[in-house]
Design a protein around this ligand. Structure first.
Ligand SMILES: [Zn+2]
Length: 304
């Protein structure tokens, strides 16, 4: 899952931008702690980092490097079979064992097989007892070149102080919800509601104007504004899908506007919603490539 999809679904845009920049400049630190509430957000961001690092056909200009999400490297990383991206997690007994750490340290000593950089993700790193943590510490103190270790944890204080002090920490907020701009969300919702109400292309193109910045100058600020509307739209569509499949309400990013979402289920639950989500994703990628904001907005409303 590329950064743009993680941000659309979970928020954490500031952290994603920071990581994208580090990857673009080949300055990803040799070790990092991702700390924040339990849940998939941090793990997904770690995978996105590994993909942006090793993608064969990365997207985004300059510092906005992102993975394509579909090349052989991205696919293998997502399936956890890429030789340079290792994900360590607790076994059946709920703990990460010292053998798992020794194995990963040994492999991290070699140059990457095919990627740019080896990325080792240690999920639920707090389940390492002091033995495995001490084994890892030596590697964190003298990190092998071309390797980065990402320790993911909801309980960073369970890590040894020596381990904590070796790793810069990125803090994830409790939910992406606060990061969804209220105005952006309102606009995204109204455009979806209008698309649900009419197939008339003219009226839809009218709605597209709401997605664009009022200045209309087409500069960087305008692109960012359109991107924030699109990200809000992706988060709404994802929630509609959650409601349509009767999944757990707890995972809604926009639970506070549940009734508005429920009204969109008839139109956007199922295939149409999935296609709309993909179109929003494509629109965001086009913006990354500096496509005209008006063309992107017009194109998108016709796909909804
Ligand atoms: Zn790729």
């Amino acid at each position: 899952m590329p950064f743009r999809d993680v941000v659309a679904a979970r928020g954490h845009r500031r952290l994603a931008d920071l990581l994208a920049r580090s990857v673009a400049r080949d300055m990803l630190p040799p070790s990092l702690i991702f700390s924040g509430p339990a849940g998939p957000d941090m793990r997904e961001m770690a995978i996105a980092t590994a993909q942006a690092t090793n993608c064969l056909t990365p997207t985004g200009e300059g510092d906005r490097r992102d993975a394509c999400g579909s090349c052989a490297a991205c696919t293998r990383i997502a399936r956890r079979v890429h030789p340079d991206v290792m994900v360590i997690e607790p076994g059946d007994n709920g703990a990460i064992k010292i053998d798992q750490i020794r194995d990963v340290i040994e492999r991290a000593g070699f140059r990457p097989f095919e990627g740019r950089r080896r990325v080792v993700i240690i999920d639920e790193a707090d389940t390492m007892a002091s033995g495995p943590q001490n084994a890892l510490l030596k590697t964190l103190e003298e990190p092998p070149p071309s390797s980065s270790f990402i320790l993911v944890t909801a309980r960073p204080d369970m890590l040894l102080p020596t381990v904590q002090s070796r790793c810069p920490r990125l803090r994830f907020q409790s939910t992406g919800r606060e990061e969804i701009d209220e105005d952006a969300r309102e606009i995204a919702h109204s455009v979806l509601a209008q698309a649900a109400a009419t197939d008339d292309p003219g009226r839809r193109i009218d709605a597209a104007k709401d997605l664009l910045a009022k200045t209309g100058a087409g500069g960087r600020g305008d692109r960012e504004q359109l991107a924030s509307h699109l990200q809000a739209m992706a988060a709404l569509l994802r929630d509609v899908e959650v409601l349509a499949t009767c999944a757990d309400d707890e995972v809604l990013a926009n639970g506070d506007v549940r009734q508005d979402l429920q009204r969109l289920v008839t139109s956007f639950g199922g295939d149409r919603g999935v296609r709309a989500f993909a179109a929003v994703d494509q629109a965001l990628a086009a913006l990354d490539r500096n496509a005209s904001t008006k063309i992107v907005a017009d194109w998108l409303v016709l796909q909804l």
